[in-house]
Design a protein around this ligand. Structure first.
Ligand code: SF4
Length: 293
């Protein structure tokens, strides 16, 4: 790839098969850190048997508090060709996965489309993203991804800059989520309760940031069509020896309840993952032989 502009960083970097010169430092060849059943997504994504999760290496956002920094910051992973990925997708389907999740996949979208041309799994395809996306790039996925699972992380430029280094996270993510909603709209479920089409927004409450959370929920309520669910998450754990004083603790029950009550007052549909789920035990093993089906 001579000139990569797949994500809002718009580096214009040259990415060869072996090396990448952009912010993400990713080559053109897919790098993948884990392909395995994953049971811990929201019920309409994981169902009973799990989603077949493909964790791609790298991240175009790289939040300082990321729990998966081994892959998002350090790019741990192994190279895969489209044919090799197609083979693994088939294996996941044979294992009975309820859906297939492509996680932080943006830098590899052209290669993923090649893999899906070789094999299209007969289960919903989920695009799991930080939300920091370009509308133009999302249009490449129109008619391919069935479900969008974007994060909605930061509202203010100052919080965004502090956590990700970019000021315009919300400025980019708002239009990206609108595009996802334009493509797939409100959720449709099958008889097993698995989402077969739609958008589900995730929001992780950060310590000391309930005001940000409430502004983001207001935006969902005011700007998106009714019926787009929000998954409210409380499992923030200080990671990566984060040095920002306010981010060195978990959130309190009071903070969680404040945001939860706001979401209830707005009557937004969704899921609540309360403070008891705040543990590092949810972090899967990456880039070992056992990480791949
Ligand atoms: S995907 Fe990587 S190389 Fe391409 S624009 Fe984004 S950060 Fe830059």
């Amino acid at each position: 790839m001579e000139h990569c502009e797949l994500c809002p960083r718009m580096c214009g970097a040259r990415r060869t098969e072996e090396a990448g010169g952009g912010f993400c430092r990713l080559p053109e060849t897919m790098q993948i850190a884990r392909i395995a059943p994953h049971l811990w997504e929201e019920p309409p994504i994981s169902g009973t048997h799990g989603t077949g999760a493909v964790f791609f290496s790298g991240c175009t956002l790289r939040c300082i508090y990321c729990q998966n920094s081994e892959i998002s910051h350090k790019n741990a992973g192994r190279p895969f060709t489209p044919a090799q990925l197609a083979e693994k997708l088939k294996r996941l389907v044979d294992l009975g996965m309820e859906s297939i999740s492509f996680i932080t996949a943006t830098p590899f979208i052209p290669k993923i489309l090649e893999a899906l041309n070789l094999y299209r799994p007969p289960v919903p395809l989920v695009f799991n993203t930080s939300g920091f996306e370009r509308v133009e790039t999302l249009r490449m996925l129109e008619g391919v991804m069935d479900v969008y699972l974007p994060d909605l992380k930061h509202y203010s430029p100052s919080m965004s800059r502090l956590c990700t280094g970019v000021e315009d996270y919300f400025k980019k993510t708002g239009p990206a989520i609108r595009e996802m909603v334009r493509q797939r709209g409100t959720p449709v479920y099958n008889e097993k309760g698995i989402m077969t089409s739609g958008v589900l927004i995730r929001h992780l409450i950060l310590p000391g940031s309930t005001g940000e959370s409430m502004k983001l929920l207001d935006w969902v309520h005011d700007e998106l069509p009714p019926g787009i669910p929000v998954s409210l998450m409380s499992q923030y754990v200080p990671c990566n020896d984060v040095q920002v004083p306010g981010l060195k603790r978990r959130i309190t029950r009071r903070e969680y309840e404040r945001v939860q009550n706001h979401m209830l007052a707005l009557d937004l549909p969704g899921f609540y993952q309360g403070p008891t789920s705040a543990t590092k035990d949810f972090i899967p093993e990456f880039n070992t032989d056992a990480s791949f089906v």
